[in-house]
Design a protein around this ligand. Structure first.
Ligand code: SRM
Ligand code: SF4
Length: 574
């Protein structure tokens, strides 16, 4: 046996940045005041993420600016913290105006139920954050190695316990916020914390978590939040119309890198059942276990999913029980039957109405003849309920009284949005990440390519008589998985300009990952490859069989895995 002492692995550079940051302050304030550049330093760029802020540049302008010998067109992206995705009409109006005054001017609804502003110039960041603050909104911990925006089921008609689940999601979001005063000092000009008690981060410690951490709450039968993709999940269990507790899930996550088989998406494990009052205790135990055992050397191996794989689910469960003092009971049975947002008008149990509006890729902007941003502003001016952002980048206008319903309907019709929900089911279900031109990690187009991708597949589906069939298609510009493509029946994951890896066979309800079908295809090749598959699905499917299930049963080779190369093209040519 070797007597050599084990040499501790070197910490990742981000760990040093966090440790030396004085609880996420770094020199952000000085850097933001420097008008000689639109950028900030690399280290501060890591720290601003914890404040919900990313330094980006307009990638469409990169080549021209380089040729002209000029600095990149630096811009910031700001992500709002909005647990459960709810905003008041007053908040909507302020965000809408801020987008016009200091951002791109679109508003972008994300796959985690919040707003993103793009194109914010350095000199406008403070104005944006201060404007949000006036309506009690912030961007603390919207990004960074902390508990991110907490997801909760948005659609109100299904159950009276929805409000309870939402309150619990909000309470956990609040509980898990970093305690540092840095955000208030830097962006809201509040006084420096000096003297008195030293500032502390009792839950996170000085170096926060090894990596991002995501929590979601789900209310069966809808798996709209894709609960198995979350680091930490709470599945509400309802008996006789009462919330009796939650099944807890841990270790979901989707990000991976092309060609690196050690990285992969993973579905969460169910640990067991807990009473509703134990959410924060369990959440804290999961979070601190990851804080203490997560990989701080290799950021590609640092998510909770890898900690659980390395240490084992049983070990993890025991550790969480020990830390929380809560013993898990056996998980309750639950069933997810859908992921879809209810669109159009629906009446709720309390007599109010809600309207689900499909918004392609969550992008809210005015286009000639299609003024969505204006329409939603007009609605916000008269609406007395709230707005709910959905995990599918859609919007629910909720709490509409019977008297207001025709008014809101009139606004939707006048602005040409009433027909937005009458699209193919493929389109209504599709998701895409932002990708180009703002995302620094994009390898291919995603949001900007989605309309064309959908049109091509719609033609094939229409010919097969599948216009109204729910099939999930999700596109991303790189393998990080921001539109959760590995849980789509058709997943297109960007590799290079107009080159995508094509994944098939996920279960529609988000309980099975898809597998690689073709490693590198253009969109046209993907359509060609899938045309015979879609035709066969229309003719040969078993009653009620989803497209993903059909691909899993009939199309994918039995030994197909997430990373394996799929069936060659000729097998499917007819
Ligand atoms: Fe994401 C990084 C956009 C949801 C996995 N994501 C990014 C960045 C910030 C790029 C960057 O680091 O420079 C993207 C900004 C693009 C832009 O210009 O706006 C970005 N992610 C998004 C959003 C806006 C996609 C969208 O179109 O809606 C989503 C914002 C969510 C939110 O409101 O908080 C978004 N990202 C997700 C999801 C889906 C989810 O959480 O439900 C995932 C997969 C789930 C997961 O985390 O495992 C996801 N994003 C990533 C990863 C890969 C993480 C990993 O474990 O490997 C990165 C890259 C990273 O962290 O290094 C990333
Ligand atoms: Fe950017 Fe990749 Fe996320 Fe798309 S999936 S937003 S390209 S990081």
């Amino acid at each position: 046996m070797s007597t050599e002492p084990t040499v501790p692995k070197p910490l990742n550079a981000n760990e040093g940045i966090k440790a030396e940051s004085h609880h996420l302050r770094g020199t952000i304030a000085q850097d933001m005041a420097d008008v000689s550049t639109g950028a900030i330093s690399e280290a501060n760029g890591q720290l601003t993420k914890f404040h919900g802020l990313y330094l980006q540049d307009d990638r469409d302008l990169r080549i021209a600016l380089k040729k002209a010998g000029r600095e990149k067109a630096f811009i910031f992206m700001l992500r709002v913290r909005l647990p459960g995705g709810r905003a008041t009409p007053q908040q909507w109006l302020v965000l809408d105006k801020l987008a016009d005054d200091v951002a791109s001017p679109s508003l972008r609804l994300t796959t985690r139920q919040t707003f993103q502003f793009h194109g914010v110039l350095k000199g406008n960041v403070k104005k944006l954050i201060q404007g949000m603050h006036r309506v009690l909104l912030d961007s603390i911990a919207a990004c960074g190695d902390v508990n991110r925006n907490v997801m909760a089921p948005p659609n109100p008609e299904r159950h009276a316990v929805l409000q309870q689940v939402y309150e619990q999601a909000k309470a956990w979001s609040q509980y898990a916020l970093p305690k540092t005063h840095a955000y208030h000092e830097i962006w809201l000009d509040e006084e420096l914390v000096a003297g008195g008690e030293p500032e502390a981060e009792p839950m996170y410690g000085a170096t926060y978590l090894p990596r991002k951490f995501k929590t979601g709450f789900a209310l069966p039968p809808s798996n709209d939040v894709d609960i198995f993709s979350q680091d930490l999940g709470f599945i509400a269990i309802v008996q006789e119309n009462k919330l009796v507790g939650y099944n807890v899930t841990v270790g979901g996550g989707l990000g991976m890198s092309h060609g690196n088989e050690e990285t992969h998406p993973r579905l969460a494990d169910v640990l067991g059942f807990i009473a509703p009052g134990k959410v924060n205790a369990i959440g804290e135990a999961v979070l601190t276990t990851q804080r203490d055992y997560g990989d701080r050397t290799n950021r590609k191996h640092a998510r909770l999913k890898y900690t659980i794989e390395d240490k084992g689910v049983k070990w993890f469960k025991d550790e969480v029980e020990k830390r929380s003092g809560v013993k898990f009971k056996p998980a309750h049975e639950f069933e997810f039957t859908t992921i879809e947002d209810p669109l159009g008008w629906h009446k709720c149990e309390d007599g109010t109405w809600f309207y689900g509006l499909h918004i392609l890729s969550g992008r809210i902007k005015d286009l000639p003849g299609w003024p969505m941003k204006t329409a939603l502003r007009e609605i916000a001016k008269v609406h007395t309920g709230d707005f709910r952002l959905t995990p599918s980048q859609n919007l629910t206008i909720s709490g509409v009284t019977a008297a207001q319903k025709p008014v809101i309907d009139g606004i939707l019709i006048r602005h040409g949005l009433a027909g937005e929900n009458n699209r193919s089911r493929l389109r209504l279900n599709a998701l895409s990440c932002v990708a180009l031109p703002t995302c620094g990690l994009a390898l291919s187009e995603s949001e900007r390519a989605l309309p064309e991708i959908l049109s091509k597949f719609e033609t094939v589906l229409d010919q097969a008589g599948l216009h109204d069939d729910a099939i999930s298609l999700r596109v991303t510009g790189c393998p990080n998985g921001c539109a959760r493509p590995y849980l789509a029946e058709i997943g297109l994951v960007g590799k290079a300009p107009n080159k995508y890896a094509l994944y098939l066979g996920a279960k529609y309800n988000g309980t099975r990952l898809n597998r690689l079908f073709a490693p590198t295809v253009t969109i046209d090749e993907a359509v060609t490859l899938l045309t015979p598959v879609i035709k066969r699905y229309a003719l040969e499917r078993i009653e009620g069989e989803g497209f993903g299930d059909f691909c899993d049963r009939v199309v994918l080779p039995k030994d197909a895995t997430f990373h394996s190369v799929g069936t060659p093209l000729e097998v499917w040519e007819v």
